[in-house]
Design a protein around this ligand. Sequence first.
Ligand SMILES: Nc1nc2c(ncn2[C@@H]2O[C@H](COP(=O)(O)OP(=O)(O)OP(=O)(O)O)[C@@H](O)[C@H]2O)c(=O)[nH]1
Ligand SMILES: [Mg+2]
Length: 351
Amino acid sequence: MSNFIDRVKIYIRSGHGGPGVVAFRREAYVPKGGPSGGDGGKGGDVIIVADKQLGTLIDLKYQQNYWAENGEQGRGKQQTGADGKEIVIRVPMGTLVRDMETRDTIVDLDEDGKWYILARGGRGGKGNAFFKSATNQAPRHAQPGEPGEEFTLFLELKLLADVGLIGFPNAGKSTLISRISAAKPKIADYPFTTLTPVLGVVKPENRKGFVVADIPGLIENAHKGAGLGFEFLRHVERTSLLLHLVDVSGIVPGDPVENFIKINNELELYSLELIKKYMAVAATKIDAAVPEHLESLRAHCLQKGYEFFPISSVTGAGLDQLMNFLAGKVEEGRKLREMERKDQETVIEGD
Ligand SMILES: Nc1nc2c(ncn2[C@@H]2O[C@H](COP(=O)(O)OP(=O)(O)OP(=O)(O)O)[C@@H](O)[C@H]2O)c(=O)[nH]1
Ligand SMILES: [Mg+2]
């Protein structure tokens, strides 16, 4: 099994509250002491937190049960029992917690350090000291603790990146990310070299950095499961734009324009949201280009209104221009989202 796991099922249970107790003081020379039974402790919570150090849900594949401790029962002398220890589940940034049955999203852990209480520990029961009153000086009852909560959850990781690389196997996606970032994915001249997504941070000079996601190649009929199917497209769903890489060197079989259209059809079959995303096109391997391929792709992109970048990850041609463009687009996207967020806030304040 690969180390990259992006979907897991887990079982969680918060701790039960400890029961309150019935006890009476025994003191020298006091024939009958008052009620002194303490309250039970609170059960432990189950908490989930996003950790940017993590990149996979693999740990949760091996450990699927998360039970927090129960609260202790109350003690004599009006002492409260100890609270049960909480459990903290650490997951990669970008993990969505969903209800197992409905698949509704319970929480989106989309920021480092963001946390959420998945199950609250039960309250401890009151001891008999609590029930002492003017009319009942010696209550002989205590409360049981509240039960904890129990859930089966579905965790799904959707990586957070700004730019998603899309293209046929061998289009040169991994070579590009290895050239523009510190990421070092495997590169080879056979299809499906990349089997799991890889993130790389790009930092062009004088620009804000951004994150690029390299995912396994797509082929025609991916929607029917061909190749690696749609398995990894969820990891570009949250990007602000897509960069579609098209080989113009002839290493990828077929006509580049037809290849480009084939992949776009697959994206559309995957989700209408994805195909609506902004897309730019990079013609790859121009150091070894078949001139007609490069020109027919350029003409198609011009006609369809796609921003077009001829590049070579070997010689570095066109890369600065492309990185500048991507940095600008990412920044635009961030500003737009920031504005949308502010708009929403004003609406809430105006309510
Ligand atoms: N001449 C030339 N070859 C390139 C260039 N970029 C990539 N290649 C070669 O193209 C082949 C495929 O490159 P990869 O980067 O592994 O392609 P990929 O798109 O990641 O492929 P998958 O992981 O299989 O989807 C490798 O043999 C690379 O060396 C380029 O700019 N010029
Ligand atoms: Mg690759």
